[in-house]
Design a protein around this ligand. Structure first.
Ligand SMILES: C[S@@+](CC[C@H](N)C(=O)[O-])C[C@H]1O[C@@H](n2cnc3c(N)ncnc32)[C@H](O)[C@@H]1O
Length: 234
C-alpha cells in the first residue's frame, strides 16, 4: 500500500514499507496471511473504536514499534485497551507477528481482539484520526536523524507535535524515550517551545510500567543514557 493522503502538513516525506533482507517462508506467510488479519483498517480511522474485534476501553497508539516488545507487553498488561501499533519496517512487522501466531498458524490461529497493526507511516494516522480520539501515545527510541540537515525527518517536530496534540484527548499522556544526545536536546527544545502539552524534565531510569525495548537494550549496552519523558496533553 502506498500513502495517498495530502502530506503537506507533514514535516517531511512519508515512509513507505521498508524492506531489509529477503523474507524467509515463515515471514512471507506472516506478511501475507497474518498481517491482513491484524491490520488496522483504513475504514476504521474515522471511528477508531470500530477497528478492533470488540469495543475497547481506551485507544493507545505506538509509533515505530521496532521488534514489537513494548507493544506486546503493553497489550498483555492492558488487554481491554485497543492498541494500534505502527511500524513500516518489514522485519519489525514479522518480529511482532511471529510472536502473535505460532508456526503453521499464520492463516488460522486466533489473533488478539484489541491489538491492531498500522503498517504505514504513523503520521497518516496523526493526520486522519478524529480529534481527541487517542488516550495514550508512545514514541520509544525514534530514529535520531542526528545531522541537522535531517532535522525535518525527526518524529518530534513542531508540526508533528501539533498533529499529536489534535488526536490526543485532554489529559492524555505521551511517552517518549531517546538515548541520542542530539535528539534529547532537540526534544527539550521543541517541547519547551510549545504549550499544547505540559512538560516535565526527563527521568533517566525507565519508569515503572514502561516495558523495555530492543533498541533501549542496545543503547544501554553501548553505554548511552536514555531519557524518558512524560508529556500530558493540556
Ligand atoms: C530506532 S527504531 C526503535 C524501535 C523500537 N521502538 C525500540 O525501541 O526498539 C525506530 C523505528 O521506528 C520506525 N519508524 C520511523 N518512523 C516511523 C513512522 N513515521 N511511522 C511508523 N514507524 C516509523 C522505524 O521503522 C524503526 O523501526
Amino acid at each position: 500500500m502506498t500513502a495517498s493522503v495530502d502530506v503537506k502538513a507533514s514535516p517531511d516525506r512519508l515512509y513507505g514499507r521498508h524492506r531489509g533482507h529477503p523474507l524467509r517462508a515463515r515471514q512471507q506467510r506472516l506478511m501475507d496471511q497474518t498481517l491482513p488479519r491484524l491490520r488496522f483498517a483504513e475504514s476504521a480511522i474515522a471511528d477508531p473504536a470500530t477497528g478492533f474485534g470488540r469495543a475497547p476501553e481506551q485507544i493507545w497508539l505506538e509509533v515505530g514499534f521496532g521488534g514489537g516488545e513494548h507493544s506486546l507487553a503493553q497489550h498483555a498488561a492492558n488487554p481491554d485497551v485497543g492498541y494500534i501499533a505502527c511500524e513500516v519496517f518489514e522485519n519489525g512487522l514479522c518480529s511482532l507477528l511471529s510472536r502473535v501466531v505460532p508456526e503453521g498458524g499464520e492463516e488460522t490461529a486466533p489473533v488478539p481482539d484489541t491489538l491492531r497493526i498500522w503498517d504505514e507511516d504513523a503520521r497518516i494516522l496523526l493526520q486522519r484520526l478524529p480529534d481527541a480520539s487517542i488516550d495514550r501515545m508512545f514514541l520509544m527510541f525514534p530514529d535520531p536523524w542526528p545531522k541537522s540537515r535531517h532535522a525535518k525527518r525527526r518524529f518530534i517536530h513542531p508540526e508533528t507535535v501539533k498533529m499529536a496534540a489534535r488526536i490526543l484527548r485532554p489529559g492524555a499522556v505521551w511517552r517518549v524515550a531517546s538515548d541520542d544526545p542530539t535528539y534529547q536536546a532537540w526534544v527539550e527544545e521543541v517541547m519547551g517551545a510549545q504549550d499544547l502539552f505540559e512538560t516535565a524534565p526527563p527521568v533517566k531510569q525507565r519508569p515503572e510500567g514502561w516495558p523495555p525495548t530492543r533498541y533501549e537494550a542496545k543503547a544501554l549496552q553501548a553505554g548511552r543514557q536514555p531519557f524518558y519523558w512524560t508529556f500530558v496533553r493540556r
